[in-house]
Design a protein around this ligand. Structure first.
Ligand code: ISJ
Length: 289
């Protein structure tokens, strides 16, 4: 029998998620401190019940799509809003923004609580790069990984599959290789579904997890990614070019909204984390130099 994921492996996954949660909570508090400073400078009250209501509603809308219970969402949003108030303490106590406005007097907190993008970049640099997640993913049995990819492709490509766009994929074998995760699959259209097979690929799309996610979420277009060679096609040229053309004109609006939002946020986070990692590496190099 194929072993199911181990408890130790699952717990390492939970640790990664917990780390990411705390990084996001810290980033939110810093942004809230900046919002507090800006409101104080403009002379408007730091607390804003209307905005808090909107924050709760947005959270509930996304939670409903993701299947997160209402109560969990309510409690979580309450907690982070309370944390924002804590981060804004000082601006709130001044409560005299309108008095200070126009006087040229800048409260001391402007400098101490000032939030630049560098601390945000430092926080993002804590998000584990895909290469650190690779061992975790590789622990999943091959069959589970294959089913996950089949389900993801099934959802993203449901509409083009129903039309003629993907007819060319019938009985053709396309490889997908995620270089930094050390993972690869060969996909074949069988009937009206895409299946992962153990046969050799005729053509392969290769790229990092972040670049493939940027492609899937449409934050960067296929043309740019291939032109800059961040995505590379190898093997059967004709099949490769057909796939490339298809990627360029995939009907993005046909992807379910919840999935589009999830992909978009995931891709943005991955891109920002990658930029932060590169920045951190550059910093370390220049510190040494
Ligand atoms: C961060 C802000 O300040 C406060 C904190 C909020 C939050 O945590 O979302 C929302 C409204 C304000 O009470 C803001 O006005 O955006």
């Amino acid at each position: 029998m194929v072993p199911i994921a181990t408890l130790g492996g699952v717990r390492r996954g939970i640790d990664v998620v917990d780390d990411a949660l705390l990084v996001l909570v810290a980033a939110r508090a810093r942004l809230a401190a900046t919002a507090g400073r800006l409101k104080c400078q403009r002379g408007v009250p730091v607390r804003d019940a209307q905005r808090e209501g909107a924050v709760h509603s947005r959270g509930q809308r996304l939670a409903a799509r993701l299947g997160v219970p209402r109560e969990t969402t309510r409690a979580l949003m309450d907690l982070v809003i309370r944390d924002a108030h804590r981060a804004q303490r000082g601006w709130d106590d001044l409560g005299q923004g309108d008095v200070l406005a126009g006087t040229g007097i800048v409260p001391a907190m402007t400098t101490s609580a000032h939030v630049s993008f560098r601390p945000a970049a430092r926080l993002l640099a804590l998000v584990p790069p895909p290469s650190r997640l690779a061992p975790l993913l590789r622990r999943l049995p091959q069959r589970t990984r294959a089913r996950l990819l089949e389900r993801a492709m099934g959802r993203v490509l449901a509409v083009p599959m129903a039309g003629p766009d993907l007819d060319f994929m019938r009985d053709r074998r396309l490889g997908v290789e995620v270089t930094d995760l050390g993972l690869s699959w060969v996909v074949q259209r069988q009937g009206d579904v895409l299946r992962v097979t153990t046969d050799l690929a005729e053509a392969t799309v290769r790229g990092t997890a972040t670049d493939l996610l940027l492609l899937a979420s449409r934050l960067e277009d296929a043309d740019t990614l291939f032109f800059q060679r961040r995505l590379v096609l190898t093997g059967d040229v004709e099949l490769g070019l057909t796939v490339r053309n298809l990627l360029e004109r995939l009907p993005w609006e046909s992807v379910p909204l919840g999935l589009r939002i999830g992909l978009n946020r995931g891709a943005r986070l991955a891109r920002a984390a990658r930029a932060a990692h590169r920045g951190a590496t550059a910093d370390m190099t220049s510190d040494r130099g």
